[in-house]
Design a protein around this ligand. Structure first.
Ligand code: NAD
Ligand code: TYD
Length: 356
């Protein structure tokens, strides 16, 4: 079995769902259920004995130590993090607590567990740390995309906290021999994405008739990766990645934000036209820029392709269409996330008790 942390969030939930759709190896899912954790993302696993959700903190050494000893996972995949740049600007403390201190404590718990394993199981064990391209800092227009050899130059409290966690993971490998793998991926998008991030926010605001806030001139560039492609990359790295290595994961889809917003508007114009016949792009509103806003991220994912044969299956055009369709087909998920009802949904749904 495997232990996934943060598996009720956007990427973690997609990972758990895809994992169990493809194989029978059970998952213990440790999630603190912050505002970003939504048990409803895992509703399709209700009653499935292969999945156990445990509400708890990666920084809780006793809990994590106990879970590891009881469940004996062959791998730990760390998705748990505070993940939103704008929140990190307003309140960095939680980012330091979870992303830095939490990762440190998780590494310590895992180190204790791995030391207790017999040699054959120790050799097969993996700690996979999920990180971001934002640790590399900002690129000038035309500069080559980030390779794994690029220096760490994080600019936001979020990216600095993720960079710190990557360094800890690296050090636990070099110093203690912990069998680690790190992935640094670009901006994900797809189902279950919390509508505080660019793409889901634009979809839900457009449908609600609200302004579509574009920061600054809208010409900041990100690389976009469909979340299910990210999940397949993580499975591949877990399976065959070289110990202690880092792998960049990207979608080969560098685009300025304004183009993303216009694409979302165009798809909504086609799939759910406004009743007044106008385009959703009329709702675009340029707003004050994010402080310290990184201008450009771009990922060179050739190492992952060369060594492990991974490439994304979706183009941006296919992935964004699926994403917009998912939001149109799941208005109840959107409504409960927006109203805050999702935080009590499971309690109501299961009349009080699920979590192990
Ligand atoms: P998310 O914010 O949607 O989910 C994070 C999950 O972690 C939530 O379920 C939350 O409840 C849980 N969590 C938070 N603090 C915790 C703690 N102390 N203990 C246990 N659980 C905790 O984030 P996401 O977008 O799914 O990102 C997952 C990982 O991928 C993060 O490490 C993030 O840095 C990384 N990443 C995300 C993106 C992206 O585009 N979303 C891009 C690159 C890297
Ligand atoms: P976001 O989804 O927050 O991801 P990140 O900051 O981790 O890249 O933002 C993606 C880009 O979109 C980023 O350049 C900021 C911009 N953005 C907006 O222009 N308007 C918004 O309302 C949001 C949330 C983001």
């Amino acid at each position: 079995m495997i232990l996934v942390t943060g598996g009720a969030g956007f990427i973690g939930a997609n990972f758990v769902l895809d994992w169990l759709a493809q194989r029978d190896e059970p998952v213990v899912n440790l999630d603190k259920l912050t505002y970003a954790g939504n048990r409803e993302n895992l509703a399709s696993l209700e009653g499935d004995a292969r999945h156990v959700l445990v509400q708890g903190d990666i920084g809780d050494l006793d809990l994590v130590g106990r879970l590891l000893a009881e469940r004996q996972p062959r791998a730990v995949l760390n998705f748990a993090a505070e993940s939103h740049v704008d929140r990190s600007i307003h309140g960095p403390a939680d980012f330091i607590e979870t992303n830095v201190v939490g990762t440190f404590r998780l590494l310590e718990a895992v180190r204790g567990y791995v030391m207790s394993l017999p040699e054959d199981r120790k050799a097969g064990f993996r700690f996979l740390h999920v990180s971001t391209d934002e640790v590399y800092g900002s690129l000038e227009p035309g500069a080559p995309a980030f390779t794994e050899a690029h220096g760490y130059e994080p600019n936001s409290p979020y990216s600095a906290s993720k960079a710190a966690s990557d360094h800890l993971v690296r050090a636990w490998h070099h110093t203690y021999g912990l069998p680690v793998l790190t992935t640094n991926c670009s901006n994900n998008y797809g189902p279950f994405h919390f509508p505080e991030k660019l793409i889901p926010l634009m979809i839900v605001n457009a449908l609600a008739g609200k302004p579509l806030p574009v920061y600054g001139d809208g010409m900041q560039v990100r690389d976009w990766l469909y979340v299910k492609d990210h999940c397949s990359a993580i499975r591949r790295v877990l399976e065959a990645g070289r110990l202690g290595e880092t792998y960049n994961v990207g979608g080969w889809n560098e685009k300025p934000n304004i183009e993303i917003v216009r694409t979302v508007c165009g798809l909504l114009d086609e799939l759910r036209p406004r009743t007044d016949g106008k385009s959703y792009s009329e709702q675009i509103a340029y707003v004050k820029d994010r402080p310290g806003h990184d201008r450009r991220y771009a990922i060179d994912a050739r190492k992952l392709e060369r060594e492990l044969g991974w490439r994304p299956a979706e183009t941006f055009e296919t992935g964004i269409r699926k994403t917009v369709q998912w939001y149109l087909e799941n208005p109840e998920w959107v409504r409960r996330v927006q109203s805050g009802d999702y935080r009590s949904w499971m309690q109501r749904h299961y009349e009080g008790g699920v979590t192990a």
